[in-house]
Design a protein around this ligand. Structure first.
Ligand code: PLP
Length: 475
């Protein structure tokens, strides 16, 4: 299955992938001075080409082929109806320069999606412009920056817990803020006293990932928000992991001021292959004037883009963001319904806790308490055999599973971070658990074998440094 030659090697003189009707006009050769030499292309039939690319696609792991428990990434199954809706001609062929009058359907969809996301998160307004999660963070932080400027005094620092996503300090830095690391407590969550100690009037606010990257709910979130607000700061919520809490809590009601979502995680758009994604940002009333333009407005039954917002941070994307992703998220939300979304969160949390409980005597579990949508183990139980998280992750490929996220979050040594998502059946999750147990057994019985895994995929154990520095993209 993996032995696929290059198209050049499959080329056969005279083979052709298309049939043209016989010409009924006299043949005239083009002037070679104008056209240059004919391009050299492989000569192949349609079937040769189809098989070539389908076979190549099977070299990659995909959610449609198997369980993909990559922590913090929410690689859940994406219902195909979302693709069908996004491919409808009116959506797929919509032109960004067509003007409001000829784009009423697209504008209505955007307006209604903003309303739905506002309802899910508990905020009065949303922008759909950012292209992904980290871009949403930048958008939100620019709004916080603009809000402080409007208050008359700019601040220089941002508090960032050690359990925040790695993109958080990067986004704060891009805005010119200096990030201040806040240590989480022994339970893996933020302690109000630590925040109170660090929060001062030169600090613009805090960026909180909730649930955090340990898969834990920040139980002191309300208190932390109060502390930051009391010193004139704002609270940024990283809601990329909303799939654990949608329908259960509304971040807007907890004291958070700005929140981004990842449509390509929680709202079921395929991702992991480089995009496109979408990272809408929801805000409280006070921050609405700073939202990016253009904004979608509804008057009577007509929709239009407005740009006349004096305090706006400006444009964050060409045109209006990634429209096809918005269509997929809209289709997903409508087909799930409110109860369906709540149920999805419940199952995501149930599945992660099931894995946590099933594996906590096999692997080391540094925070043994109820988790949200993901759980974090380490390689402590196999270290005595000189086996690491990386070895276990690689071996999982031989069992047909995508490895979990490894060595992240950084607060845990050699993290092995599993996010099953709500779309996996108990049968598949049980198979995953059995695979991990078999690997841990093998660590004791045949560690050398484990160290050279995987054996079955097209690409086996890579020299990771060379692979990163001198990538060979030929296969
Ligand atoms: C995935 C993720 C991000 C970044 O989202 P991108 O779309 O990859 O930019 C930010 N925060 C958290 C918690 C995430 O899980």
């Amino acid at each position: 299955m993996f032995n696929e030659p290059e198209l050049w090697d499959k080329s056969r003189e005279g083979r052709c992938g298309i049939s043209m009707p016989r010409s009924d006009v006299p043949r005239t050769d083009l002037d070679p001075a104008l056209t240059g030499d004919a391009p050299e292309l492989p000569q192949l039939s349609e079937l040769d080409v189809v098989r070539h690319f389908v076979r190549l696609s099977q070299w990659n792991f995909s959610i449609d082929a198997g369980m993909y428990p990559l922590g913090s990434c929410t690689m859940k199954y994406n219902p195909k109806t979302n693709e069908v809706q996004a491919a409808r001609k009116g959506f797929a062929a919509a032109h960004p320069l067509a003007g409001d009058e000829f784009s009423q359907g697209a504008l209505k969809l955007m307006y209604e999606l903003e309303q739905l996301l506002g309802e899910i998160t508990g905020f009065p307004a949303v922008t759909l412009q950012p292209a992904a999660g980290a871009h949403g963070e930048l958008t939100g932080m620019l709004m916080i920056h603009a809000w402080h400027a409007k208050q008359g005094k700019q601040r220089s620092k941002i508090l960032i817990p050690d359990t925040a996503h790695g993109t958080n300090p990067a986004s704060a830095t891009l805005c010119g803020y200096q990030s201040v690391n806040i240590k989480s407590g022994p339970d893996g969550i933020l302690e109000p006293a630590t925040v109170a100690e660090a929060m001062d009037e030169d600090t613009a606010g805090i960026m909180i990932t909730n649930p955090n990257t340990l898969g834990l709910f920040e139980e002191n979130i309300k208190e932390v928000c109060d502390i930051v607000h009391a010193k004139g700061g704002l609270v940024y919520g990283d809601g990329a992991n909303m799939n654990a809490v949608m329908g259960i809590i509304k971040p807007g009601e907890l004291g958070i001021d700005v929140l981004h979502l990842n449509l390509h995680k929680t709202f079921s758009t395929p991702h992991g292959g480089g995009g496109p994604g979408s990272g809408p940002v929801a805000v409280v009333e006070e921050l609405i004037p700073f939202l990016p333009v253009p904004r979608v407005e509804k008057e009577n039954d007509a929709y239009s883009f407005i740009t006349d917002c004096p305090d706006t941070i400006g444009r964050m994307h060409t045109f209006y963001g990634h429209f096809s992703v918005m269509v997929k998220a809209f289709a997903y939300i409508l087909s799930m319904g409110g109860d369906g979304l709540t149920r999805a969160s419940q199952l995501a949390v149930l599945n992660a806790n099931y894995i946590k409980e099933s594996l906590k005597t096999t692997l080391d579990l540094p925070y043994d308490r109820p988790c949200m949508h993901e759980c974090v183990f380490t390689d402590k139980t196999v270290q005595e055999y000189h086996i690491s998280t990386m070895d276990m992750a690689k071996r999982l490929l031989d069992y047909g599973f995508h490895p979990p996220t490894v060595y992240f979050p950084l607060v845990v040594d050699a993290a092995f971070m599993v996010e099953p998502t709500e779309t996996e059946s108990k049968d598949d999750i049980d198979q995953f658990i059995e695979a991990v147990k078999a690997i841990v057994k093998e660590a004791a019985s045949d560690p050398d074998k484990l160290k050279s895994a995987p054996y079955l995929p097209k690409v086996t154990r890579l020299d990771e440094v060379t692979a990163a520095r001198k990538p060979c993209l030929k296969g």
